[in-house]
Design a protein. Sequence first.
Length: 367
Amino acid sequence: MRLFLISLLLTLTQLISAQTLLQPGFDPAEYRDLLSIAFHGSSIPDSNERKTKKDRYQLEFRSAEVGLKNRWSLYLRDDNVAVINIRGTVKNATSWSANFYAPMIPATGSLHLNDSTLFNYQLAENPGAAVHAGWTIALGHLAPTILEQVKKLYKEKGTRQFIVSGHSQGGAIAFLTRSYLHYEQKKGTLPTDIVFKTYCSAAPKPGNLNYAYDFDFLTSGGWGLTVVNAYDWVPESPFSIQTLTDFNPANPMADIKTILKKQKLLLRLAGNMVYNKLERKPRKAQRKLEKYLGHKLYKMGISKSLPQLKEPAYIHSSNYMRAGTPVILMPDELYRQKFPSDGKDKAFIHHLYASYSYLLKTIYKLN
């Protein structure tokens, strides 16, 4: 009886310990490891140290390169916490086309990826939520193996805690991946006792405000983080244009034409003139973005890389918004001296490993 009680106590202790490995909120050391994995495929950034030091994170699976040159890797930490790392943009025109293919599509829908694959997805509950087309297509190609490997690790090793991460394009797709996994849990496709934490590093904006609200709600309490160098331009993209139709339906502008019709002639004429200027120019700019970064890019680039992909129906909006709980890495004078913005080939000086790692270690006093 005594041995049984001791065994039961040890089992309960292990279960409690396993449930508290991942904590909400920003963990600088955790992010340091994920940043290194994103760039070096190891939590040990120094190539010489990797020869002698044991890495806490062991590679369990690496996907084939699919879709628009997309790939993801699965790592298992020595405490049985898994990492789903989404690769960012590589030096390839097809990979870059995923970023520039920026019309919005519904956050819930279907994508005809090829003649044998229809990707049915839900990334938000709000019917007004919309997301970036290129990165959703990327997710469609990655999702089958992500689901397969999460289930496998859960079944074979009892892994119930996963970090979803990525840098740059990988961070944008990590937003969508986290949303996708949440709604797969709600459907019963994935076990509901799996805990996900998300680090989106240097990530562009993944969708509109309704998508951002949904993501922030389902990851509230510190479970969905977006880490940004305040000098990095990539998190400011894609281009964002807000039109009057991007507001929630219940707003003062919804019935403005009806209200103006009831006004006296001069006031009605002046009001219509102001309204038309406010409405037409942003709408015209949005249509141009959709034309060139949507229809034309699909015909000239995306359809060449994915000939069986059917062009999705677009949401007539380009109102991109940031999502996630922000963690700001704020540069100081020493940073500005080390990473000057002026000069040749400086476009990505504030976006890559060196600048993010420097700020992280300086601000949080890490080794």
